[in-house]
Design a protein around this ligand. Sequence first.
Ligand SMILES: N[C@@H](CCC(=O)N[C@@H](CS)C(=O)NCC(=O)O)C(=O)O
Length: 220
Amino acid sequence: METDNNIVVYGVGTTRTLRVHWVLNELSLPYRTEEVRPRSEFALSDEYKEINPSGKVPSITIGKTALSESAAICLYLAERYGLGSSKETVDSMNRAKIYQWSLFAMTELDAHTLYTLFKHGGKLAKVYGESEVAAKCAREGFETQIVKLDDELEDGKVYLVNDTFSVADILMATCLQFALNLVLETPVMVPQNCSRYLIDLKERDGFKKAYELNYPEQSG
Ligand SMILES: N[C@@H](CCC(=O)N[C@@H](CS)C(=O)NCC(=O)O)C(=O)O
């Protein structure tokens, strides 16, 4: 299979950008990184908005085509290059389960609870406005939803789908890391099975390479 030429990743420094670097490194795909930070001058420039009109990171370009939304990028690459059960046909229940866990991670954890907490109770409150009510609801939402994941990971389960590493693990693990990275007066609790699952996934070479590229200021 021919590989996509000229993949460029726009974005470093967050768990959403990390997930794109991670999938690319698991697949050993060559690419170039533009070290764009959230809300930086370049992220908000007209030039970057041609790539991602929301002015957010991450985005990628493949040749002349731009793609945004971290989960869409990861799912596309996993299916295109066959990461784990993403290589199965569309009628496979394993693929359906990958969508289930990926969308759970993106909606119930990433967008709906963690980012709301970050925006209204964490560091971004200075940009989006502090709100005790929004932050409390978001925290409670996270604490309720995370139990579903923790139950799934009981008995030492290592991967979410078909005993095989998949893009769903990348999306889920980066959400758990997002939760741990939040700087709050009272930190968010990540339960035991989730914590063990994350620690194991972070031992992967693909994660370690991605981490170095995503946090360039911490490497070297
Ligand atoms: N749903 C988008 C969210 C992208 C997003 O919000 N990125 C953050 C950095 S992690 C950003 O650029 N934030 C700028 C802002 O909210 O002002 C995705 O998953 O790609």
